[in-house]
Write a protein that binds this ligand. Structure first.
Ligand code: ZN
Length: 192
């Protein structure tokens, strides 16, 4: 689907013209709504199995929203009162927003994906370019959460776990609430 720039939509809206000359819109939101409705019709005509497709998309969206909230919580949890976070596997530190929430057991394992013991604030260098520094992360987990925790996570990781859209929404809501609480209690973490 060809995308149209915001400035172009703005211009059209100001002129009161429709994108394809099929309707008249006075505001940008009207233009966008009309375009989306049109795009949905085209999609439906082209792909018969769109119901199945959109269902998958909803699940992916819910999972992404859950991860976003969880990741924020982890990085805030691991940062100091001024929002400075030290990497769990190296001496590097930075503002929590510029760091990652890195997994010990790969995020491909659903059952440990949102386990707070499995994820810690980590620099991008360790997380993305050094494979998460698996062994160092394991050592840190044993230190932070107690001896034997890494094995508990490994055992948990191989267990089957399937989550629904509702499950992801619950996770997202839970961690959004926790992030809000941190914001109230430690506002300095959110100062630039
Ligand atoms: Zn690091």
């Amino acid at each position: 689907m060809r995308s149209i720039s915001k400035s172009r939509i703005d211009k059209l809206a100001k002129e009161g013209r429709g994108l394809r000359g099929t309707f008249t819109a006075k505001t940008m939101s009207e233009v966008i709504t009309a375009q989306q409705a049109r795009d949905a019709e085209v999609r439906e005509a082209l792909f018969g199995k769109k119901a199945e497709k959109s269902k998958k998309t909803d699940r992916q969206k819910a999972k992404a929203a859950a991860w976003k909230a969880f990741s924020e919580f982890i990085r805030l949890r691991d940062s100091d009162e001024f929002g400075r976070l030290q990497c769990v596997t190296c001496p590097r530190s930075g503002p929590w927003r510029s760091m990652d929430a890195g997994h010990f057991i790969t995020r491909a394992k659903e059952s440990t994906l949102f386990d707070e013991r499995n994820v810690h604030g980590q620099c991008k260098g360790c997380n993305r370019f050094q494979g998460g520094k698996f062994l160092e992360h394991e050592r840190a987990i044993e230190r932070i959460h107690g001896a034997g925790t890494a094995q508990i996570l490994k055992d948990k990781a191989v267990k089957e776990c399937k989550r629904t859209v509702d499950d992801y929404q619950f996770i997202a809501d839970t961690y959004k609430t926790l992030v809000e609480q941190i914001k109230e209690l430690s506002p300095n973490k959110f100062k630039p």
